[in-house]
Design a protein around this ligand. Structure first.
Ligand code: NI
Length: 194
């Protein structure tokens, strides 16, 4: 098991389109285990392979309070959607940013599990939001793409400034890191980091 490092906006590698998974082998199982470990440690409720710089079509999720309902979706595809809902989202690749996004309220997904067998599931609420967000990642899309370009630029500058401060060290970096950490660990926020 190993924790993987997560790419952060505006890293151009987050724009890569994932390729279908063809080999359901031991390496895939290891990758899935590492992705769960990375997601739970972050902490987040969903993680797409794109975010750890692996450009294969798979994602992991666990939206349960107890963190005991892991789900893997390999080669996922939304085959039906219904209704619209606006909810607040965050993303492990866009740290400490939370914005409202409109998505389908209910979706039906077709995917494969770890041994390659196909399944379909109906999702709603947070699970539906999370799945749509992760499938976007596999297509190189981020939740900030739904915002105005003005807002997206502001977020990019904020993240670049925080990264610069972290790299330079000093009091400002400490303060920024502490702020980000406290935002991250607040229950409401953490529940939405996908
Ligand atoms: Ni995300």
């Amino acid at each position: 098991m190993a924790q993987l490092s997560i790419l952060e906006f505006p890293d151009p590698r987050l724009r890569t389109h994932a390729k279908p998974v063809r080999d359901f082998d031991a390496a895939l199982q290891q990758l899935i285990a590492d992705m769960f470990e990375t997601m739970y440690a972050a902490p987040g409720i969903g993680l797409a392979a794109t975010q750890v710089n692996i450009h294969k079509a798979l994602l992991v999720m666990d939206t349960s309070q107890e963190k005991n309902q892991p789900h893997v979706y390999i080669n996922p595809e939304i085959i039906a959607r219904d209704g619209l809902e606006v909810s607040e989202e965050g993303c492990l690749s866009v740290p400490s940013v939370f914005e409202e996004v409109q998505r389908a309220a209910r979706v039906r997904v077709r995917a494969q599990n770890v041994d390659g067998s196909p399944f379909e599931r109906d999702l709603e609420g947070l699970e539906a939001v999370c799945l749509q967000h992760e499938i976007d990642h596999l297509a190189g899309k981020l939740f900030v793409d739904y915002l105005s370009s003005l807002k997206r630029d502001r977020i990019r500058r904020k993240l670049e400034k925080e990264r610069r401060e972290r790299a330079e060290g000093g009091a400002a970096a400490g303060a920024a890191a502490a702020r980000a950490a406290s935002e991250h660990s607040s229950g409401r926020a953490a529940a939405r980091v996908i």
